[in-house]
Design a protein around this ligand. Structure first.
Ligand SMILES: *Cc1c(COP(=O)(O)O)cnc(C)c1O
Length: 219
């Protein structure tokens, strides 16, 4: 399999116009395919599985910014803590405590996004929107080696563009109320099927896999 260069170019041109960062989602794809995209200038890559990420990080150039976008088990934080660039799927307080512990050990601060559950399906992880006020009200919620940079969310898996748009709009509203005065803040929303809607609704980081790398065989 080979990457879709035309599609990559079209996406990056669109995102540049809208000041949006592309995280190329490379889960299940080979180091060779990642290298191909790297050679076109891509530096931000997203992975969902810790073991797979470790193998690729070992093998590939060290200036790649690795984003962990999957569901992270607490006992695996220690493996990625030394190098991970941004953890998107932080969905519980206990995980923040563990990330802080491992960040301290690695002598660095780790940037994280809180995952917010905006979709209709109940299979997706994340904080409920109504949990956020009390989270941000508690001073101790964010320990010193963790930086909460913004929010991440996934819309319902549906053809209904209006529903997707309203879910992204809800997430943008939450983002604005907690991160309004931070120019550096990150709102990670949008995937292959819905990234344009996400950008229209205010996303500044999209996570795109299949449009660039082709479809995945299920893992
Ligand atoms: C796999 C994945 C993506 C990319 O999905 P595509 O539809 O292939 O673009 C984005 N975000 C998360 C959290 C994922 O697990």
């Amino acid at each position: 399999m080979s990457i879709n260069k035309n599609s990559y170019q079209e996406i990056t041109e669109y995102l540049e116009l809208h000041n949006t960062t592309l995280v190329a989602v490379s889960k299940t794809k080979s180091a060779r395919e990642i290298r191909e995209l790297y050679d076109l200038g891509q530096r931000d890559f997203g992975e969902n599985y810790v073991q797979e990420l470790l193998e690729k990080q070992e093998e590939l150039p060290k200036d790649i910014r690795w984003h962990f976008i999957g569901h992270l088990q607490s006992n695996k934080v220690k493996f990625i803590a030394p190098f991970v660039h941004l953890i998107h799927g932080v969905d519980r307080g206990s995980l923040i405590k563990e990330i802080n512990k491992q960040a301290k050990r690695a002598n660095r601060k780790i940037e994280c996004l809180l995952q917010v559950h905006i979709a209709e399906e109940d299979s997706k992880f994340g904080f409920k929107p109504e949990d956020l006020p009390s989270f941000f009200a508690r001073e101790t919620a964010v320990p010193e080696n963790v930086v909460i940079k913004g929010l991440m969310g996934m819309a319902t898996f549906t053809e209904n563009a209006d529903l997707i748009r309203s879910e992204f709009r809800e997430l943008k509203g939450l983002f604005d109320s907690y991160f309004n005065d931070r120019a550096e803040a990150v709102l990670s929303m949008g995937m292959s099927a819905d990234y344009k809607i996400a950008v229209e609704e205010g996303s500044n980081m999209v996570r795109i896999g299949s449009l660039i790398f082709g479809s995945r065989t299920n893992k």
